[in-house]
Design a protein around this ligand. Structure first.
Ligand code: MG
Length: 382
């Protein structure tokens, strides 16, 4: 990675910017706000939602409070948002739409990070179903949040809801007829396509940082495995002889992240430049937001290193197994004792199966709340 792109894109994709005037609007029409645009209002609705505040108490990767310096799902969300906004601004895309989408991208995540998803999936498979955090996010903003007199949900614009649905998966109408309104045969605009690679940049760099801090990853090994990181560290050592190793590490990490963001700008610029307008982007054969070749390699190497040394480490596996067993025990408990579900969930029992209500309730919990409920209802939480 060279750091800055070879040529400054300088808003090179501004012709593909999703303009507010193109919006399909909200389910319930609203009067224009005197000084906030529709996507700025969506951003504010997301920030003021309960599901957003809960992100602070949900694990990103490390399931135990080893240190106050580790990312949680809220600080991760902020890191994704700043990276995605930087890319959108450099390419001339709609920053407000990108900001709203990035802030909402993990709002449907259950407690305990990836292992929470796995544990919910194991329980849901017993009923022939799976848990999908993108679709759960849609249910949160459409149904579970209660911020308005007269209707449930946040009444977000079509584009933000579409971006949530198409964050990282491509669904078909045959599989999900209830999602037919979201133009499933089309790709989302570039603003929505950017969130997934921005997420990848944020979690790769953050997990590298947190894993070194946690003592799970040796800096020398990172230098052997990640060429772009080694180059940045060697430059820092040359520029600052005798500097403390932690500062060299942080300097290299900073340059690594900058290079990945630049690679995403450059790759997306090259892939999308020839497209005439948003409709052409929607009809493209594949997503156009992508890394350039060098940053794609770096990103892949980072993922491999983290999977092998961190996510699969004995320490994290132990934490994950403990959290997963608590989650699954609590899920099974509610399936047998629905009378312990909160009233709002019990009221939905006439129209929806019990496993769905249980899944919604457990998925919405923070890490600590899940442990507390487990202790109250089952006991034995540590
Ligand atoms: Mg994320």
């Amino acid at each position: 990675m060279s750091g800055a792109p070879e040529t400054s894109p300088g808003g090179a994709l501004s012709h593909l910017r999703f303009r507010v005037e193109q919006s399909r609007g909200r389910r319930r029409p609203e009067r224009r706000h005197p000084y906030r645009g529709p996507y700025q209002r969506d951003r504010d609705r997301i920030i003021h939602s309960r599901a957003f505040r809960r992100l602070e108490r949900k694990t990103q990767v490390f399931t135990s409070p080893h240190s106050d310096h580790f990312r949680n799902r809220l600080t991760h969300t902020i890191e994704v948002t700043q990276a995605a906004r930087t890319v959108a601004a450099a390419l001339g895309l709609n920053e407000d739409l990108v900001e709203a989408l990035a802030l909402a991208h993990d709002i449907g995540h259950p407690p305990f990070g990836h292992c929470g998803v796995e544990a919910l999936n194991k329980e849901m498979r017993r009923y022939g179903r799976l848990f999908d955090h993108n679709l759960h996010a849609l249910r949160i903003v459409e149904t579970f949040e209660n911020r308005y007199a007269g209707f449930p949900g946040l009444n977000l614009t079509f584009e933000v809801r579409e971006g949530l649905v198409k964050h990282s998966s491509d669904y078909t109408v045959e599989q999900y007829p209830e999602l037919a309104e979201y133009l499933l045969d089309q790709l989302p605009p570039l603003e929505a396509q950017l969130i997934d690679p921005a997420d990848e940049i944020a979690y790769n760099c953050a997990d590298l940082d947190d894993a070194v801090e946690a003592g799970l990853l040796d800096i020398a090994l990172v230098r052997r495995r990640i060429e772009a990181f080694d180059r940045a560290a060697a430059n820092a050592e040359r520029g600052y002889p005798g500097e403390h190793r932690l500062r060299i590490f942080n300097e290299a990490l900073r340059v690594l992240m900058d290079g990945l963001v630049s690679g995403l700008i450059e790759g997306t610029c090259r892939a999308a430049k020839g497209y005439a307008d948003v409709d052409a982007v929607r009809a493209a054969p594949a997503r156009l937001a992508c890394f350039d070749e060098e940053s794609a390699t770096t990103s892949r190497l980072l993922k491999e290193l983290l999977a092998e040394q961190v996510y699969g480490s004995a320490e994290l596996e132990r934490e994950s197994a403990h959290a997963a067993s608590k989650l699954r025990e609590l899920f099974a408990f509610f399936a047998e004792h629905p009378e312990h579900l909160p009233r709002v969930y019990r009221e939905r029992a006439e129209n929806e199966p019990l496993y769905r209500l249980t899944c919604d309730y457990v998925a919405g919990m923070t890490d600590n709340y899940l442990m507390r409920r487990h202790e109250e209802l089952i006991g034995g939480a540590r």
